[in-house]
Every structure is written in structure tokens, then in C-alpha cells.
Design a protein around this ligand. Structure first.
Ligand code: SF4
Length: 198
């Protein structure tokens, strides 16, 4: 049984893919078969219609969040179709992303997201491109770190509520550097606790 959507904290999460352009050292996929009791490994990726069929009442949830065991923007067409459905019924949408969507699709996708995705959390994770490459092992190499900043700038330019996130365990010095990067992109930085359990 594939888990295409799962409920957590009043939100509905959408698990579009298990593919990712990163291989982060801290990724929950490395250690866990399930996440908060939900089995998020997929035998088959869902169509947009299969996801939509699981959201009969979008207003039941605070947010519909694109976030699963993989990078949601890899399935951009399905993401946009589901987000369009949710917005059309008065719901709120959020995307949690590694910010590599422009690299993945070889074009700036941020204008396509505008109007369909209300909020975007871009995982910054690190304070410089070398550290990011070591921690996240991006398929795009060093280009990933600058590209995710360009992605965030594009989201901001297109009127999307976008922010960077880092986990507090990277330490104060790196957090200060991340704050400068966020400021240079004109987006906020949110520092969150590491998720350690499921
Ligand atoms: S970007 Fe997210 S899904 Fe991809 S490897 Fe890193 S933590 Fe896992």
C-alpha cells in the first residue's frame, strides 16, 4: 500500500516521489522505513489525480504540504496540478524543497509556482558551498548551493512567502553566516530543531 498523503499536526502532507537530487547525511530516508508511523517508500509514484482523490476536503487541514521521502519539484507537473486543485478550493499550500527545482528543470520554475504554492521552505542546511556539498552530496555538485539561493530569490520576486531553514545543531557561527546569506537573498531564515524521532 503506497502512502501518497499523510496527516501530521493538522496538516496533510503529499508524498509525490522518493527521488531526490541530494543524498543528505541526516536524511530520515537513510535510517527509517517509516516516518511518524507512515511508510513513505513508494512502489509507484502517484498521479496528480490519485493524490487529489485523497483530499476530498482541503479546508479540513491548515496546510497541504508537499513533503515526503524525496524532492517534490522533481514531479513539478503533478505538484502544480495538485496545488491548483487545493487553491481552487480555498486551501493553503506549502512546499518543502531542497531548492534545486531550477537546476532539475533547466529553467526558472518560480513563476510557475506563484499563485499555486503559497509558502516555500528552502532547506539551506549549510553556510557555504563546500560544506553543503559535503553534507548533502548534491547531484549538481557545488552549483547546487548558489542555485538554491537563486531559487529563493525567484520565489520572493514572484510574491511567494519563502524562507530558508537550517537546523540549530550547525552552531552559532554557521547560523550567523546563514543569516547573512538569507539577508542577501531578501528572505527570512528559520532555525529549527533537528527532527530525531519518527
Ligand atoms: S533534500 Fe531532503 S529528501 Fe533529499 S536527501 Fe536531503 S533530506 Fe533527504
Amino acid at each position: 500500500m503506497n502512502t501518497y498523503t499523510y496527516e501530521l499536526d493538522g496538516n496533510l502532507y503529499v508524498n509525490l516521489t522518493n527521488k531526490c537530487t541530494n543524498d543528505c547525511a541526516f536524511c530520515v530516508r537513510n535510517e527509517k522505513a517509516s516516518y511518524y508511523g507512515y511508510k513513505l517508500w513508494l512502489d509507484k509514484e502517484p498521479t496528480a489525480e490519485e493524490v487529489i482523490a485523497q483530499i476530498p476536503d482541503v479546508k479540513k487541514y491548515r496546510e497541504i504540504v508537499f513533503c515526503g521521502f524525496g524532492e517534490p519539484t522533481i514531479r513539478l507537473a503533478e505538484l502544480l496540478r495538485v496545488a491548483d486543485y487545493v487553491k481552487g478550493r480555498g486551501g493553503v499550500t506549502r512546499l518543502n524543497t531542497n531548492g534545486q527545482g531550477n537546476l532539475i528543470h533547466k529553467c526558472d520554475i518560480t513563476a510557475q509556482l506563484a499563485g499555486k504554492v503559497d509558502k516555500i521552505n528552502v532547506s539551506l542546511n549549510e553556510a557555504d558551498e563546500d560544506s553543503y556539498e559535503t553534507l548533502c552530496k548534491p547531484a549538481f555538485g557545488k552549483a547546487a548551493f548558489g542555485a538554491l539561493q537563486d531559487f529563493a530569490r525567484g520565489c520572493k520576486k514572484n510574491g511567494i512567502d519563502v524562507w530558508f531553514s537550517v537546523v540549530d545543531c550547525i552552531g552559532e557561527e554557521k547560523i550567523a553566516k546563514c543569516r547573512m546569506i538569507a539577508e542577501s537573498c531578501g528572505v527570512p531564515l528559520r532555525v529549527r530543531e533537528m527532527i530525531t524521532d519518527s
